[in-house]
Design a protein around this ligand. Sequence first.
Ligand code: PLP
Length: 399
Amino acid sequence: MSAKNDAMLTRALRSIPWGTQTNAKRVDRDHIPSRPPFIERARGCRMWDLDGREYIDYRAALGPIVLGYCHEEVDTAVRRQMERGTLFSMASPLEVEAAEAILNTLGWADQIRFMKTGADVCACCLRIARSHTQRDHVLVSGYHGYHDWFALGWPNHGVPHLLEQLVHEIAYDDIPAMERVFAEYGPELAAAVVVPLEWHLEPSPAYLQRLRELCNHYGVALVFDEILTGFRLGTTGAAGYFGVTPDLAAFAKGMANGYPLSAYAGKRAWMETLNQMILTTTYAGETLSLAASLKVMEIFRREPVHAHLFQLGAELRSGFEAIFLEHGFPATTIGVDPGAVIDFAPAGDAAEKLHRQLFTRLYERGIFANEQWFITYAHTRADIEQTLEAMAICVRDLV
Ligand SMILES: Cc1ncc(COP(=O)(O)O)c(C=O)c1O
């Protein structure tokens, strides 16, 4: 049944630690099938594994795919650029054009620079904040990648323990904890680096507003990690969605429909710090991803992409809710419509087991999801209906 996948997995584990490059795709993650598939191709919202099995995908390559896989217009722009060159000995005009297009789309930021990964740009934001404030401490909330400044408390991961004293972590929406960190370290904080939304929790504008107030009071950079929220919650990202403007923000997934591009953007006063410091990497001006992003921004301006993500997300959610209610299934949906999460209550071992059972069954029926149910512009109402049919069968099997 899975002969080609299984053979590839055996080869992968021989030549690549983990068998893959990305933590969320590795073999021993218990929330994806125990023998995960290798994906050979994808188009729209569907993907096919090495054994030819077809899936409706709600993982969106962990977030970067907003318009759908192999989007014709984006890929044509990339092919055209490929004929002109992928990287040059000096800057390309595409850097300027993409910068202007993204700043126009975001609306609140004055300047922007490019990188390649989410972890890169989170680190860049903190470096700017530290340089600008001449302070070392940072308040942090959420996941921000594998770099040393953040990957603390990961046992035996090669990060110097010395750094731990500089980083003060709080949970999303924990306003009292936030206030305690500011009370103790406020004048020493360079930045508060936070995700503006944890997808498995209810959004909290009050949390972000309080953070904005405290950052203003202590002269701390408010940094939104918009790696997952940027260009998915809307063209203005979480800043627009919540009406709270950061000083700096990190973007990656969602800005180039899967091409490897990330960016840090912000208010001029903070970004101009770059004139006195060095943040640089050879491939940041790579043109294919910039051409992709330029086209993605044009499509965002022209088409109701985000209205579609919200609309179909809401339909998927209400369909799930109706199925859970009908069958007395102990789950509900939580979060925001373009990437809702199924919450199994009460939390604990039984909930985790049910989660695994449900998602494994869905996977066997060709529905590929994991945590967030990411909607793309390529999902149609028919895809949602097919997903709801599969969900109804799986839930019936489990109660
Ligand atoms: C909120 C957030 N920040 C940062 C990162 C790190 O991005 P990357 O994996 O591109 O380095 C991720 C990745 O999942 C993320 O979700």
